[in-house]
Ligand binder design. Structure first.
Ligand code: DGL
Length: 260
């Protein structure tokens, strides 16, 4: 089988990874993608590291059964819990992870005030602690778990007073610092960017890791000669582990709708 013809697998606990797939479609429109949202088990962010490792492994098995040439773990939480273990286990398969975009934020605002938001698990895992250690001398870095946004994205309740109240409660106090940057370290959060912007105001630059992740995914394929020719037309198949048909409709709206 010509590797170039195989699809790329993109996974997340639910709908969040579509913010990464959206960027992948801009950069690699000629590729075929299979998106798998583990919606039956979302959210991941409040589970134990061991549980997430098992769930992520199940998603990898799903893709292996369908033969993919690369897997993008479009979930910061699953990446934190399992990417290094999976790379060791499947050395022939390029596995791309995503991490909070702290590097571009810290390098863009030396000495600035940076707020990193993510799920509780991402913020407590060693992967992020290591990132923090690398950049804490370069900027003032603060962290805020913001995992409840996931419920609002999954429930299709982005325009709700409850989400606004939650964001106000947890984010508004940070604005007194004079934030220069806010890092969205969970792939669900870019779908609530407009709502987050309303609370943090116009000043901070909002970073997320999607673009850097898909650039790395393309680089890995290019290095192996596995990219499809640019004259080809791509394709997206969206699947999930749940039974709610509404989920697929929501997924299409988030993927192809206007960006927040
Ligand atoms: N979208 C995921 C992330 O990037 C996880 C959300 C969740 O299921 O808690 O962290």
């Amino acid at each position: 089988m010509d590797k170039r013809e195989l699809p790329i697998g993109v996974m997340d606990s639910g709908l969040g990874g579509l913010s990464v797939l959206r960027e992948a479609l801009k950069l690699m429109p000629q590729e075929e993608f299979i998106y798998y949202g583990d919606s039956a088990n979302a959210p991941y962010g409040t589970k134990s590291t061991g549980e997430i490792r098992q769930l992520t492994e199940n998603c990898i098995q799903y893709f292996l059964e369908r033969e993919v040439k690369e897997i993008i773990i479009a979930c910061n939480t699953a990446t934190s819990a399992s990417v290094s273990i999976l790379r060791e286990k499947y050395p022939e398969l390029p596995i791309i992870g995503i991490e909070p975009a702290l590097k571009p934020a810290a390098l863009g605002f030396p000495g600035g005030n940076i707020l990193v938001t993510a799920t509780e698990l991402t913020l407590r895992e060693g992967k992020f602690r290591h990132q923090l250690h690398c950049y804490e001398g370069k900027a003032n870095i603060y962290v805020q778990p913001l995992g409840r946004i996931v419920e609002f994205v999954e429930g299709g309740r982005l325009e709700s007073p409850e989400l606004d109240a939650y964001l106000n409660e947890v984010l508004a106090p940070w604005t007194a610092l004079g934030l220069d940057a806010v890092v969205l370290g969970c792939t669900h959060f870019p779908f609530a960017k407009r709502q987050i912007r309303r609370v943090v105001g116009e000043r901070p630059v909002i970073f997320d890791g999607a673009e850097g992740t898909v650039r790395e995914a393309a680089r890995q394929l290019e290095r192996r000669g596995w990219l499809r020719g640019e004259e080809r037309t791509g394709k997206v198949t969206i699947c999930h582990s749940g039974t709610d048909e509404q989920w697929l409709k929501q997924a299409e709206e988030l993927l192809y709708g206007n960006e927040a």
